[in-house]
Design a protein around this ligand. Structure first.
Ligand code: PRT
Ligand code: MG
Length: 214
């Protein structure tokens, strides 16, 4: 049995067409179900639905053999038991520094004052500003980062932006690109070794599908 870990929402929606082209069809729609385990048309492949940020943990600890997770999530994850063999090029967005429209970010980059940074992505934020030689106070949040500059709690936020509508609606603007984000296939190193006959053909298939898109 191969177990594939996915999150609900955009990753599930954008993964389904790829899984289907790889011959794996989920017979139920997780968005309208409370179930967490889903059978597929293949007797030996099942899907599990977990929180986006829990996908690498499930794969590393053997709860799943394969997973699909955003580069944003993987950059925050510190485990060492995973391979990242295929960039699926789905759920695209950008990791950005954003601040209030009138915030003088250019001066900050020049003068390097100590900066208050609110984010759900502490590793990403710390690495980014430390490479610039800047000291930051990191304010860890679990959501709605956009609020932090509005209420004066932070100078800037580090967050994902796709359409840009959310930051615009909150009078913020993107100040600097940190990285382009897509979702990757991840594989448990031990599972790949133990079960190479079942897993390898799937990885090859995913890679072929992605290559033929580009
Ligand atoms: O929602 P939950 O707390 O359960 O977890 P999650 O937010 O990590 O999961 P989910 O499903 O929202 O996102 C899963 C993955 O999708 C992320 O890990 C990213 O790799 C990817 N992705 C792509 C995005 C976005 N685009 C995105 N726009 N994840 C989140 N957003 C959020 C962003 O944080 C901001 O709040 O959408 C808002 C901005 O959207 P725009 O279109 O207004 O710019
Ligand atoms: Mg979300």
């Amino acid at each position: 049995m191969i177990t594939i870990a996915l999150s609900k929402g955009r990753i599930f929606e954008e993964s389904m067409p790829i899984l289907e082209r790889a011959g794996i069809i989920c017979t139920e729609d997780p968005s309208t179900s409370r179930k967490l385990v889903f059978e597929t048309n293949k007797k030996d492949v099942r899907l599990i639905i977990v929180r986006a940020s829990d996908v690498p943990t499930y794969v590393e600890w053997g709860g799943a053999d394969i997973g699909i997770a955003g580069k944003d999530v993987l950059d925050e994850y510190s485990g060492t038991g995973l391979y990242y063999p295929v960039d699926l090029n789905i759920a695209q967005c950008k990791m950005m520094v954003a601040a209030s429209n009138d915030f003088d970010y250019e001066r900050v980059i020049k003068d390097k004052p100590r900066l208050k940074v609110a984010t759900k992505y502490p590793n990403t934020a710390r690495n980014f500003f430390s490479l610039k030689g800047m000291q930051i106070d990191l304010i860890k949040l679990y959501g709605s980062m956009e609020l932090a500059p509005i209420v004066g709690m932070a100078d800037v936020i580090v967050d994902l932006v796709s359409s840009g509508k959310t930051i615009k609606a909150n009078n913020l603007k993107s100040m600097e690109l940190i990285s382009n984000i897509t979702s990757r296939l991840i594989v448990n190193k031990a599972a790949l070794k133990m079960n190479i006959k079942q897993i390898k053909p799937l990885l090859v298939k995913f890679q072929e599908l992605v290559s033929s898109e580009n």
